[in-house]
Design a protein around this ligand. Sequence first.
Ligand SMILES: [Mn+2]
Length: 322
Amino acid sequence: MWAWQKADSIKTEIEAADTIFIHRHVRPDPDALGSQLGLQRILKSVHPDKKIYVVGGMVPDLEFLGKMEHVEEEMYKDALVLILDTANQERIDGPYALKGKTIIKIDHHPDEDPYAMTQIVDTTVSSTSEMIVELANIWDYPIDQEAAFLLYAGIVGDTGRFQFRNATARTFEIASRLIDKGIDTNKLYRHMYKTNLATLQLQGYVLQHVNVTEEGVGYVKIDKDVLRTFHASPEAASQLVNSFSGLEGLKCWVMFVENKEEIRVRIRSKGPVINEVAKRYRGGGHPMASGATIDTWEEMDDVIAALNEVAGEFTFEENEES
Ligand SMILES: [Mn+2]
């Protein structure tokens, strides 16, 4: 079944609705916010008469992308709800998202929870922001400079500045067209890749405390004491997961960050498939980038052992190294 076959019926739903809510996942990243705010901008310019709201919590570092709106449950009656970049119900930000009359999911994560009535899920696309550009093209809705800035931010975020293997030829084509709108990439990178002193010093700690197993699994443990020492939030710490990815011999790596009563686990890989491991520990995600949650530090050893197993079975192709 062609993943995009619902594109036209989604356009019909949009054109029929008076009120549209756009949601995305909790603890938003640039792709979640870029696709959400970018789509709002596109829809508002084509349909200035419709009420179009963006909903969810904000993270201070990404406030430069835009603002969320306050909504009430009654407003969802008869409304169309578009949920972006969110694989499963539990990850949807905003309590009333599923109260709408019509629920539509647009996402590039593996479809573990088909919670919507209509959906486009395509795991071959780099980001939900890239999907929004494709949809705007299909719908023949123009993308102005502001929308282009937001969608470009999402693509940059999810491709790690076009480094990850999800950045396809199509991704570059789309990025090129967004750049062509005259967006201020200097401004974007200045905001997206700024670091405060506390985070920089925490990064120093992370780099000093990387452990690597014989199988090529890197790991760092960040407990509450470390967070307190560096005045860092668990979110800020989790974002440092890629700070040691360049380490020679590394196949996959993981960061354990204590948060309230649980320990968040962020796993990344250059080859071994790690989302099956994440699934065993209350998590999931992409084959090369996943998250999970454990309750005790004893479980940390189990996660590392499981990653050792997948890393041990994996070898890099010779020609991939050259
Ligand atoms: Mn995404």
